[in-house]
Design a protein around this ligand. Structure first.
Ligand SMILES: NC(=O)c1ccc[n+]([C@@H]2O[C@H](COP(=O)([O-])OP(=O)(O)OC[C@H]3O[C@@H](n4cnc5c(N)ncnc54)[C@H](O)[C@@H]3O)[C@@H](O)[C@H]2O)c1
Length: 344
């Protein structure tokens, strides 16, 4: 075989490998560090056993699924949200399907907006389990309304729950972690803490605030390498978030959602969240395409991202005005993606 032919074969092989990697990347549902950790990193089954985990927003969606997956790992669980009866339901299912006993799960009703109650709640957890290894700040609400139709109180509420509620609870728990020189603070932010979309100005603001604030805290905790902060940014995930979204008034929620077929399965999102926690990753992005690509576009080519988001944003506003509020404007792209991958 001549050298020339060998070189051609080598080049062809490299090209093929690149194409395969590109196809993989296009199907990726997490940022590259996270997917690497899933492949080669520490497993949640090894790292997250025999720990006390406090999950806020545990009565529904991502927090509820987190409770189920954590209960299978054999952790002690504290389940918080506002509705005690919903938390009791989640506790019952954890006991039915997981490896825990009744004494391993504490139901602790908590309103993130009622900051004066957070110190007492923290004391209750410490009295019950003696330590807090992981605080998952997951509770939150979203928003669907145009700025011109939105009362400023809605923005205040979003900041109170999503941002200040999270900061306040972390402030109560952190001294205990610093004293023990170990612990994990997990923030469930959003891709909307990195990018922005119309109709959710208050939600985007609260999640951008979380990212800015907790990145700073990560650096301030440099002297305590055993105390880590992880900022988790999911894209659309199946849950009740849109249904529970605030609209133009604090007292009004959207109340329904037509279709969630374009969203990531809650179980997959939570599995990747556990991988993030097991590997102490500082920030992870969890989303299917094209949402993940949009985040990369915002990061590396903001002007192009603006152009595209603006185009899709118009569709999102049109859908909202015609009463299909759950549609995100990326529907055309998602439909094309689904059609294409069905044929692969
Ligand atoms: N589902 C998504 O598409 C998505 C995407 C990105 C980020 N997130 C984030 O994930 C987190 C969980 O949301 P989800 O999607 O499971 O929605 P969800 O509506 O199903 O669950 C939200 C949880 O937060 C709780 N909560 C709301 N207000 C609260 C308050 N004042 N005090 C205490 N608890 C409160 C709710 O009771 C519920 O348990 C939120 O922070 C949300 O912003 C969700």
């Amino acid at each position: 075989m001549s050298w020339e032919l060998l070189l051609w074969l080598l080049a062809l092989g490299t090209l093929l490998a690149l194409v395969v990697q590109l196809l993989r990347f296009l199907r990726a549902d997490g940022d590259l560090t996270l997917l690497w950790a899933e492949w080669q990193g520490r497993r949640p089954e090894w790292e997250l056993t025999d720990v006390v985990v406090w999950v806020t927003g545990a009565s529904s969606g991502i927090g509820e699924e987190l409770a189920y997956q954590l209960s299978k790992l054999g952790v002690s669980l504290v389940l918080s949200a506002r509705r005690a009866h919903e938390l009791e339901r989640v506790k019952r299912r954890c006991l039915e399907n997981g490896n825990l006993k009744g004494k391993d799960i504490l139901v602790l009703p908590l309103d993130l907006a009622d900051r004066s109650s957070h110190e007492e709640a923290t004391k209750t957890v410490l009295q019950e389990f003696g330590k807090i290894d992981i605080l998952v700040n997951n509770g939150g609400v979203s928003q669907r309304s145009l700025f011109m139709d939105t009362n400023v109180d809605v923005y205040k509420e979003l900041i109170e729950i999503n941002y200040l509620g999270t900061v306040s609870l972390t402030k109560c728990v952190l001294p205990h972690m610093i004293e023990r020189k170990q612990g994990k603070i997990v923030i469930v932010s959003s891709l909307l803490g990195i990018i922005s979309v119309p109709l959710s100005g208050g939600y985007c603001a609260s999640k951008h605030a979380l990212r800015g604030f907790f990145s700073t805290l990560q650096m301030e905790l440099d002297a305590y390498p055993g105390v880590t902060v992880s900022n988790i940014c999911p894209g659309p995930v199946i849950s009740n978030i849109v249904k529970n979204s605030l609209t133009g008034e604090v007292t009004k929620t959207l109340g329904s959602e037509a279709d969630q077929s374009h969203k990531m399965a809650t179980s997959r999102c939570v599995r990747l969240m556990l991988i993030c926690m097991a590997n102490d990753l500082k920030e992870v992005w969890i989303a299917e395409q094209p949402f993940l690509l949009m985040a990369y576009l915002w990061q590396y080519m903001p002007t192009w991202a603006w152009w595209l988001t603006n185009k899709l944003g118009k569709k999102r506003i049109e859908n909202f005005k015609s009463g299909v509020a759950s549609r995100c404007g990326y529907d055309m792209l998602i439909q094309k993606r689904n059609d294409r991958f069905q044929h692969l």
